[in-house]
Design a protein around this ligand. Structure first.
Ligand SMILES: Cc1cc2nc3c(=O)[nH]c(=O)nc-3n(C[C@H](O)[C@H](O)[C@H](O)COP(=O)(O)OP(=O)(O)OC[C@H]3O[C@@H](n4cnc5c(N)ncnc54)[C@H](O)[C@@H]3O)c2cc1C
Length: 403
């Protein structure tokens, strides 16, 4: 591993950092603290906040930062892996969303279309993703298909020039803000389950689509149930071959690994926890002077450092031309579980105040730690639950027999 940066990379970081600090303060208010790093989790009923997110996205695009990992030919930055890593570090340091308002489009759907889409799909969809004019969501999970995604049952049947889609998706983040969706559908119910799936691009305004927001434990409504009742999707919206949608979705997953789509700003949260410990008492003494609290904080900081080093190791192997492998499961698992433990420890420090969320009189720091603890559990489930990550690590890294 080489920890040094070239003068050009340091200059890129300095310019980017200055731009991010200024822009996030202008758009989201003081130090951009209200931005929130996960667009999919934000309460999409909040029009004012959504308008801020779109404004931030527009500025990110104008500054040329929105898609550093895309090729220049399609409007991206064509940046090196190191510059991409610097971008991710700096954005997450401020707790900002990695890819503006269009996380899924920029981090994985666009790159998938660039690799596997038709020329017409590229010309039609890539530019509006970058500008933020068209927001995208991802319709994968169903009531009976989450971890076992290949068991999905939403059907699409060819009828003339269209697929006719019937079924239901669930937990679709941002569906009520999205203009377009990638949709996994079953096109051959007779084939083995991984071989009868296709990958469609669906206009969310098509007649027959009904979207119902689901309110989460935090009180926010970030995701939705989506129902499809004889929805007609032109057959030119198929990506890849018919019944080869599983392979297309695997390509999407690979892009998510490279683009850091599942990274979490856990180091920032730990820094904020250290600040919290300076301002509350624990067992009658200032929390940051209590040995138990100090040990906990030191452990969290060390764990976050290990996570960072592990990421650098993965980056080094990518720089040597290797494809990112199951080690990204470790990163996702460790970061989201650490994030949950950090939030729960903040609750321990807050004692009875931890039960006061935003809007409650006397809530400390506006109740944001309570909100974080409630949201943190969902992050250990989204994009593959902790148990599934354990399985992947057990089987593909440790080579244990299948459970
Ligand atoms: C915040 C959030 C945002 C999301 N956004 C989207 C989105 O935009 N689009 C989308 O399509 N989906 C989205 N999801 C859905 C997400 O992908 C699924 O929740 C996840 O894949 C788990 O599936 P499930 O909820 O059906 O749980 P299940 O698969 O039913 O799992 C239930 C429990 O059983 C465990 N389990 C299941 N199988 C195994 C196994 N083989 N071994 C051990 N344990 C197992 C799981 O870990 C879990 O604890 C989102 C979820 C969350 C929480």
């Amino acid at each position: 591993m080489d920890f040094s940066y070239t003068p050009e990379q340091e200059a890129f970081r300095a310019t980017l950092r200055g731009w991010l600090e200024k822009t996030s303060a202008e758009v989201f208010g003081h130090r951009g603290e209200n931005a929130g790093s996960n667009v999919g989790l934000m309460d999409a009923r909040d029009d004012a906040r959504w308008a801020q997110m779109l404004e931030y996205h527009r500025r990110l695009h104008h500054a040329g930062y929105v898609a550093l990992h895309w090729p220049k030919e399609w409007g991206g930055g064509g940046a090196s892996l190191v510059d991409q890593a610097i971008y991710q570090d700096e954005v997450l340091r401020l707790g900002l969303p990695l890819y503006g308002a269009n996380q899924l489009a920029i981090d994985r759907i666009g790159p998938t279309i660039i690799l596997m889409g038709t020329e017409d799909q590229k010309r039609r969809h890539l530019e509006p993703m970058l500008t933020g004019e068209k927001i995208w969501c991802q319709g994968y999970s169903e009531p009976n298909a989450g971890s076992d995604l290949a068991g999905l049952q939403t059907r699409a049947v060819l009828d003339g020039d269209d697929f006719v889609v019937n079924g239901q998706k669930v937990w679709t983040s941002l569906a009520h803000r999205a203009d377009w969706q990638v949709l996994l559908v079953r096109t051959d119910p007779q084939a083995p389950k991984h071989r009868g799936i296709s990958y469609l691009l669906v206009d969310m305004r098509t007649p027959g689509i009904t979207i119902r927001p689901l309110v989460q434990i935090t009180g926010d409504a970030g995701f939705n149930e989506v129902f499809y009742d004889n929805v007609r999707v032109p057959k030119e919206n198929l990506v890849g071959e018919l019944n080869q949608g599983w392979q297309v979705s695997i390509a999407t997953l690979m892009f998510e690994r490279v683009s850091g789509g599942t990274r979490h700003p856990v180091e920032r949260t730990i820094n904020e926890l250290v600040e919290l410990a300076k301002h509350v008492d624990f067992q009658g003494v200032p929390a940051h002077r209590h040995p138990y609290v100090r040990q906990k904080l030191a452990t969290f900081v060390s764990e976050a450092r290990c996570l960072r080093l592990s990421r650098y190791r993965s980056l080094t192997s990518q720089l040597k031309g290797k494809v990112p492998g199951p080690e990204s499961s470790f990163g996702k698992l460790f970061a989201t579980e650490l994030n949950l433990r950090v939030a729960m420890f903040a609750d321990e420090l807050l004692g009875p105040y931890a039960s006061l969320d935003h809007g409650s009189m006397g809530a400390i720091e506006g109740g944001r730690w309570t909100h974080r603890t409630l949201a943190a559990r969902g992050l250990t489930i989204a994009a593959g639950s902790s148990e599934i990550q354990h399985n992947i690590i057990g089987e593909r890294v440790l080579k244990l027999p299948k459970g």
